[in-house]
Every structure is written in C-alpha cells, then in structure tokens.
Write a protein that binds this ligand. Structure first.
Ligand SMILES: *[C@@H]1O[C@H](CO)[C@@H](O)[C@H](O)[C@H]1NC(C)=O
Length: 425
C-alpha cells in the first residue's frame, strides 16, 4: 500500500500560543519509551521535553484512514520504570458489595485492576433482576474471585447484611472484612496491602475515610464513608454480629448504620486512613487528580459526581507500573502530564507544588474551610487552564496508547493528543 501524506499534515514545533486551533483537528503525538530497571528508585518530577510538535489532520474526510508519516512514531523521551513484580497476595481480605445485577456487570473491568490475580475474595449481593451467569463468566476470565448472592431485599438491607454474610464467608486466612461500593476503586492493590499491614487485625479495628466535604459530615457523622472502603477487623465484626438485630433498626444509609452500630455498642472509634477517599467532590474534580500528591489508596464517585474513567486510567500500569498512575510530570515548557488523567497548562505558573486547585463546586457548609481539613492546602480554581483530558486508552503488545482530548468552543474542532507508552526491551 502506498503511503502518501495528507496535504494538511504539517510538522511544527509547538508553543502554547500555536495551540489555538487552526481549523481542522490538531493531532499531537508524544512517544514515551520505557525501560524497566532493576534498581529503580522513583520517577522524576519533570521530563526534559516540551509539549509535543503537532500535525494538523482533517478527521472528517475520507482521507482520515491514511497512514501517517513514520516520524510520528519517533521517540520523544526515554524514562525508567520499575520491573514487574508479582501481584500482591490479598487472600486475607474479603470485600463485600451490595449492588444490582446490571451494575455489577459494569463494574467488573474496574474490579479486575485491583482484585484480579490477588486472591482477594469479592462477595456481591445483588437483586433478583436477571441472570448473573454472564458476570460469573467474565469474573473468571478476569481472574477475579467472585461470589454472587442474589436476593430480593432492599439495597439498604443488603448492604447492612453484608456484615453477617461476609463473616459467614470468611476463611482461616481472612483478617479484614471490607465494605465497598460498586464504584470504589483501588489504584494500587500492592499499596493497599502494604498500608493495611500497619494495623493490628487482632484488635477491634474500624478503618476508613471521612468525607472531604464538611457539609456532608454535618449531615452524616464523623464516620467511615462507604465509597472509600470500610475496613473492619474480625474481632469488631464479631461484636457487631452479636448486636446485629438491634443495629438493624437504625435504618439510615448503610455506612451510617455501620457507624451507629459501632458507636452505640462498642468503644471502637474510626481510624481515618488518609489514603482512602470518598471523593465527595461535585462537578470538576480535576484539581484533586492533578495535585501531584501520592497515589490515593482508594477513589470513588468517578462515574457519577464527576467523570474519570478508572479502567482507561489504569491501563498504562502495564507499561510503567502502578507507581506511574496519576504521576505528575512537568514538561520543559510548563505543561504538565498527569498520567492517565490529563495534559494541562496553567494560565499562570504554579506557585508551589503542594497546594491543590479547588476546581470542584463550593460546599454548602457555611463555616470556615469546608474542604481544607481533608484536602488542604488548597488554591483557587485556574479559569484559564488548558486541559486535554483522557478519553480512551488502548492496550497493545508492549505499548499503551492514551488519547487525550481538548474541547475548545463548540464550533471549533477538538484537539487530540496521543501519548504512546512504549516498552523497550
Ligand atoms: C497468600 O497468603 C496466604 C497466607 O499467608 C498463603 O497461605 C498463600 O499460600 C499465599 N498465596 C500465594 C499465591 O502466595
């Protein structure tokens, strides 16, 4: 097949100013070669390359399937990454989720990232609406140890009953009973297992995360919020099981029922594990993801209150490992790559590397600092930030292609940035 270049294809050195759309869709390619190294010590904070050169492609014509010129695949930079390590062993954790048949099926791909191949046992209690054989088959394909129980109880009852169901299903290895939502996501199971090892499971333990928003806490309580994951040790669950019927009468949201049961019947109190995140942020949560802080242990609300595709985000771990997820690199011309989430340029240079941009909606709480106790230090939203957001990630042999899209005004064509992560042997 003959390779001919589209007349509109043109290569130029990019500057931020030239990024302003010049008619047709901009297609930018960035290739990061990854060398896995035995004595890897960590990723740097910056990459010594500018925002990639770009070419202009008319994507809405018949020509768009033409092969692109070879130089599009030339390497922009080479970085080092950790060698592949075995999946962590999470056979001491049993996870319970109350959801529907349909939502369970839609959650399996994200469950696979953290539970696949780890021996973590997931018990899903779902409604009676339809068959679960498809989910069971898919879970097996994905290496997830999944048990599905169907019953017709109300969702609330299904959630609270998980305490008993999981206690019945535990085995001699089980140390932690974990309640999750179907949109709870653990970016690195290795980090989670390592972190949980600091807590003594032979003591009654109630471990989780507060909401980030004081107004939620004002109406809820000082308790573990369900979406972040609630970690209970066996001794505590045994205490709760003994007073199960009493607690059943509380009839609040599931996580509040758990909290009330613990607070009314035991002297155990919440240990706030700061890596876990309920993520009660409405609207644009980009400031959280782009903060450059350590990779969270859990994330939530990513397909409801705001949108961030966790399955797409985590794909690149196949090339550069879980430590590179959400890693923030500064490029040489003050653009930032937040791996698996966005490629951005702030309208004014970042004042520091510690504050988090408060991009999300204001709290309904009228007192001071409704988010600072959980996420501070914060800084004001940057209204002029240019942002390419991850839309898709494609896994191929020895490489992952991430597609980031910048939507300008509705009448303008979107701009597309492709970041190719390529494994070098
Ligand atoms: C995981 O850990 C348990 C308990 O320590 C052990 O019995 C089991 O063999 C381990 N599994 C793997 C695959 O290493």
């Amino acid at each position: 097949m003959q390779t001919h270049h589209h007349p509109l294809l043109q290569w130029r050195q990019s500057t931020a100013l030239r990024l302003v759309a010049v008619g047709p869709t901009l297609l930018l390619i960035y290739v990061i070669a990854v060398v896995r190294t035995e004595n890897f010590t960590g990723f740097s904070d910056s990459l010594d390359v500018p925002f990639p050169p770009y070419q202009t492609v008319q994507l809405d014509t018949d020509d768009h399937t033409e092969p692109l010129p070879e130089q599009r695949c030339s390497t922009s930079i080479t970085i080092h990454a950790p060698v592949v390590t075995p999946r962590p062993n999470a056979s001491h954790m049993i996870f319970g989720v109350a959801t529907s048949v349909e939502r369970l099926c839609g959650s399996l791909d994200s469950f696979a990232h953290w539970a696949g191949g780890t021996n973590a046992h997931i018990v899903a209690v779902v409604d009676n609406e339809g068959s679960v054989t498809q989910s069971e088959k898919r879970a097996t394909e994905l290496g997830i140890r999944l048990t599905i129980i169907q019953n017709s109880d109300e969702l609330l009852d299904r959630y609270f009953s998980l305490i008993r169901t999981l206690l019945e299903r535990k085995n001699e290895l089980t140390k932690w009973i974990v309640l999750i939502d179907d949109d709870t996501f653990f970016p690195s199971m290795k980090n989670l297992v390592q972190r949980m090892a600091i807590y003594d499971p032979t003591e009654p333990q109630y471990i989780g995360a507060l909401t980030e928003d004081m107004s939620q806490m004002y109406y809820g309580s000082h308790m573990a919020y369900g979406g972040a994951g609630i970690f209970l040790s066996i001794p505590l669950v045994q205490q709760l099981s003994a007073v199960f019927d009493d607690c059943y009468d509380f009839k609040h949201s599931g996580d509040r029922m758990i909290a009330q049961c613990i607070y009314h019947h035991t002297t155990t109190k919440l240990k706030w594990e700061r890596g876990l995140h309920q993520l009660d942020l409405r609207g644009d949560a980009s400031g959280f993801y782009e903060s450059g802080r350590p990779l969270p242990l859990s994330l939530h609300h990513w397909k409801s209150w705001f949108h961030a595709d966790m399955v797409a985000l985590s794909k690149v771990a196949a090339i550069c490992g879980e430590p590179c997820l959400l890693r923030r690199w500064r490029l040489s011309d003050d653009w930032y790559l937040i791996n698996g989430f966005s490629v951005i340029q702030y309208s004014t240079p970042l004042p520091d590397s510690i504050t988090m941009e408060q991009t999300w909606d204001n709290s309904k709480y009228k007192g001071p600092d409704p988010f600072a106790y959980s996420l501070g230090p914060l800084r004001k939203k940057d209204e002029g930030k240019v942002s390419f957001r991850l839309k898709e990630a494609i896994e191929e042999t020895d490489r992952v292609r991430q597609i980031y899209v910048h939507k300008t005004a509705p009448e303008r064509k979107p701009q597309v940035l492709e970041v190719v992560w390529k494994l070098v042997h």
